[in-house]
Design a binder for this molecule. Sequence first.
Ligand code: HEC
Ligand code: HEC
Length: 308
Amino acid sequence: LPRFEAFPILAWAAISAFLLACQTAAQPIPPSYRDIGPILAEHCVVCHSGNNAPNGLRLDSYDNLTNGSETGPVARAGNPADSEIIRRLRGTSLPRMPLTGPPYLDEATIQKFEAWITAGLPAGPDPTLAAAPIPRRPAAGEPVTFADVQPILLARCAKCHKDDGKMGTPPEGLRLDTLQRVLAGGERLVVLPRNPRASELWRRVQGISHPRMPFDGPPFLTDDDIRLIRDWIAQGAPDQKGVPAPIPTGASIRLRGILDTPRSVDGVPFRLAPYTRIDRAPQVGSAVELRAIVNDDGTLVAERLRRR
Ligand code: HEC
Ligand code: HEC
């Protein structure tokens, strides 16, 4: 090469080498999975583990994280900007993670993930780090609390049924991310404690009411998850400590099903009141819509019964 062309290249090479040396000297040891695992355990594993892991992405071990999701790797060694996990943490890909946020992870923590990816995803001393405290599930007949049910709702339902979820506002005003919100229902009640058959939450996951939930299924919930939700409602929808929910006196319920006796829909009995409106002469066997109010003893008083 002529000298006047080689000079800038050599100068550039020397400067880069110098800068790299400085950087290497100044850089702290990059984070390894040992630093990342506990963050995942605290903020992500409640949803990203087990059968219901969203998009098949399990974040409960080094191998599962680096295996990625149904659509491929979520962390690309050396390339944080092209890593879906970073895009989700920063909210440049939606919904932003953790789905339970806000709050989201702080800037320093997100940068730790970026540094780990830039460094090539080092496994570090303990890639088997116990990141997944997998709770034991109650067997059929055992007491169920909201602590058993919440992981299912978070992993499979909350992406739509929360504020700023996948559908913007939560469908039917129904938020399913906390106990208080599940019990409050949306435009109407979806859990009538001690009465799964009258509870839209169970009816939708069982597929008795349509459209079946989760709306983006199949896959729908496993039989065991559906059974757990049913048992939880049947046991009075207890909170994390096992204290049953109060009767939601005065709340409104809507049931769409078959009038199987003159005074029951899908086996759920109701009473008529002087003000009950009956439309289009429903007969036993008709598909009907019942709108009812919960009495203080948990029974239903019809406001309107309509053939569909
Ligand atoms: C409340 C449950 C929940 C929590 C907690 C949660 N996620 Fe998610 N995550 C989801 C759901 C649901 C989806 C699928 C959303 C969609 O359809 O795009 C998802 C999707 C993702 C994806 C996209 C996977 C892909 O390739 O499609 C990444 C990456 C991700 N989450 C990372 C995280 C990280 C990291 C954390 C913790 C900081 C976290 N998530 C916490 C529920 C959760
Ligand atoms: C992909 C988005 C999405 C997911 C995921 C999803 N839902 Fe829904 N949900 C909807 C939409 C949309 C509707 C309104 C559908 C309709 O009734 O026309 C709805 C309606 C409902 C209703 C009826 C509310 C009422 O007042 O009648 C219940 C109950 C429900 N969902 C429960 C669940 C449960 C439980 C899960 C998780 C197992 C879930 N959903 C997952 C989108 C979703």
